[in-house]
Each structure stands twice: as structure tokens, then as C-alpha cells.
Design a protein around this ligand. Structure first.
Ligand SMILES: C[S@@+](CC[C@H](N)C(=O)[O-])C[C@H]1O[C@@H](n2cnc3c(N)ncnc32)[C@H](O)[C@@H]1O
Length: 310
């Protein structure tokens, strides 16, 4: 038996017992912090522990009763983190509160984690940026890459008051774009189906944008692709235009649980890693690079303003 199992098995047993006794918050805290520690202490045996122990333990059945964990693990659209999953996180924004309170306890715990709160704040930060750019520029041209259901559009005053020239909602997932079409079908928002690989191939597809942003995509891109995407997004901007990227940081305490029970593997970046994404852009082309975190410190944002002169 590996050392990871000697510590890990009692952790899974204890968490199982607590969850069975309806001590959900205590059980989930124990599980999340414990798995995070095991992942840090035993990086070489972690994958094997996940497959050989976590996923064979009866605990799996209990945590999979959460619709959020269940969907991430089973990936009905073929990938984790689809727009429906994001709606589970935004639940208080898009679902009537009475419906949420009747849902499963593990899901309620997940909704209240700082990681999910950070994702809700990410939506507000994007909506505020859309509004800021709309105050600076009349009828701005905006591109959202990997838009999902474009929920920030429901939060943005400029979108609601139709001050946007055009907002292109770009995503690989047709079903998500159909939701965007029905939520905003007013000519202002233009859904376009496409993938990151297409953007990398056809670099000139979008140009003269006032704002280009992407939420929840860079966490899936390895560093060389993320660097190329950063450059491509920058080239889409008009002089003076703004772009926003964001990535989960390694501080997130859910990481072990996400990998073990949600089968959700992300690439985590800190401030240094984010700054490294700009290495293909000449410093003098950028008027300002601002790197900041959300108030829960789980996400690292990078906002770049393009210089007015080339
Ligand atoms: C985590 S969701 C984020 C959705 C939305 N931006 C939000 O923050 O709620 C990730 C989105 O990226 C899209 N996506 C993932 N890989 C993609 C790719 N290679 N090309 C285009 N879209 C992609 C998915 O379809 C999904 O809608």
C-alpha cells in the first residue's frame, strides 16, 4: 500500500461518515482540504489514488448526487465546464431562489465555496468592463471568446440599454449559442460558432475590436497555445482597445476534489504565468498591463490596453 493510501483511505472514510450523518459542511471541508493536501504531498501517486481509491469509494455516490459534480464528471457535451455547468454556479443569478433551496446539500455547499463565488464575481467584472468600454467608445465592437451562455450580457447595463454596436458571441458549442440567440435575439448580439483552433489558423477573422475578452477558456489552454491566443486577441484590437483574460490560480482549495470527483482538470496560473502570456507582444505596443485578483483571490485577471500608435 502506498503512503498516500495510508493517509487517504481514512480521509475518505471519515468524510463518508460525516456526509452520511448529514454533517455536510464538515464532511466536504474535510474532503476538499484533505484531497488538496494529498495532491500536494504525493504528486506522483495522485492520479493512481484518484482512480484506484477515490472513485471506488462509496463516497463517490453521495457527492455525485450533486447535479454540479455529476454533470462535470459525466460530461454530457463531451467536455467539462459547459455552459449549463456554469449556470449551476450562477444559480442565484439565473434560477429562482426557491428552486435552489430544494436542491441537494452537497450542491448547496459547492455553491457557497469561495471558488464559485469567484466565478460569479468574474461575471460582474466582465459586465462592468463592457459598461466601461461603452462609456469610452460609442457603439463599441466587442468579442467574447468561449462565451457559453453569455450571462454577463444580462448583467451589463450597456447590453440591456442597447448601447453596444455589436457583441460577437463566439463558442464551439451550438447548443450554448442557441441559448444566447434566444436570450438576446435583438440584432445587437451576434452568435458565431467556432473553435480556438480556427482562431489560431485564421488569425484575421476578427479585427478592429474595442474589447476582446474570454472567461473560462484559458484554464484549458497549455502555455504555448495560451500565448498564441493572447497575441491573436491583442491583434484583433483597434489602437486603444482593451482585452481581458482570466485564469484560476493554484490557490483554489477545490483542486483535489475537482480532479478526484468531478474529473475536471484545469491549468492553474499565477500572476507570473499570466504575465508570461504577453511575451510575444512588444512592450511598446501595450499602453498598460493590469494584473489583479478577484476579492476571494482565486482568479487572476489580466487586462491589456493597446497603445494608440503602432
Ligand atoms: C467554462 S465555460 C465558460 C463560459 C462563459 N464564458 C462563462 O464564463 O460562463 C467554457 C466555454 O468554452 C467553450 N470552449 C471550450 N473549448 C473551446 C474551444 N477550443 N473553442 C471554442 N470554445 C471553446 C465551451 O464551449 C464553453 O462554453
Amino acid at each position: 500500500m502506498y503512503a498516500i493510501d495510508q493517509i487517504g483511505q481514512p480521509l475518505l472514510d471519515d468524510a463518508y461518515e460525516l456526509l452520511n450523518d448529514s454533517a455536510v459542511s464538515e464532511g466536504m471541508d474535510k474532503l476538499m482540504f484533505g484531497l488538496l493536501k494529498l495532491r500536494q504531498l504525493f504528486p506522483h501517486n495522485w492520479q493512481q489514488f484518484v482512480r484506484g481509491s477515490c472513485r471506488k469509494h462509496p463516497l463517490k455516490k453521495i457527492v455525485h448526487e450533486s447535479p454540479f459534480t455529476h454533470r462535470a464528471f459525466h460530461k454530457p457535451r463531451g467536455y467539462a465546464g459547459d455552459a449549463v455547468m456554469m449556470d449551476y454556479i450562477y444559480a442565484s443569478d439565473v434560477t429562482p431562489v426557491e428552486e435552489i433551496v430544494t436542491l441537494n446539500d452537497v450542491y448547496q455547499y459547492e455553491l457557497a465555496t469561495p471558488g464559485c463565488a469567484s466565478v460569479r464575481e468574474r461575471l460582474a467584472i466582465a459586465a462592468n468592463l463592457i459598461d466601461r468600454v461603452s462609456r469610452e467608445v460609442e457603439a463599441p465592437r466587442i468579442l467574447s471568446i468561449a462565451c457559453g451562455h453569455l450571462r454577463e450580457g444580462q448583467r451589463s447595463r450597456a447590453v440591456q440599454t442597447k448601447e453596444i454596436g455589436e457583441l460577437i458571441a463566439f463558442d464551439q458549442d451550438e447548443k450554448s449559442l442557441a441559448v444566447v440567440e434566444s436570450a438576446f435575439g435583438n440584432g445587437q448580439i451576434r452568435p458565431i460558432k467556432g473553435s480556438v483552433s480556427e482562431l489560431l489558423r485564421d488569425k484575421g477573422q476578427f479585427q478592429d475590436m474595442d474589447l476582446v475578452y474570454s472567461l473560462g477558456l484559458f484554464d484549458y489552454l497549455a502555455q504555448p497555445t495560451a500565448r498564441r491566443m493572447t497575441r491573436i486577441m491583442f491583434d484583433m484590437l483597434k489602437p486603444g482597445g482593451v482585452m481581458l483574460l482570466v485564469n484560476f490560480s493554484p490557490n483554489l482549495y477545490n483542486i483535489g476534489y475537482m480532479e478526484a470527483y468531478m474529473d475536471w482538470f484545469l491549468i492553474y496560473r499565477d500572476e507570473f504565468d499570466m504575465h508570461q502570456l504577453t511575451v510575444d507582444i512588444k512592450p511598446k505596443q501595450m499602453k498598460k498591463v493590469r494584473i489583479f485578483r478577484d476579492s476571494y483571490k482565486n482568479l487572476v485577471f489580466m487586462e491589456i490596453r493597446k497603445a494608440k500608435t503602432r
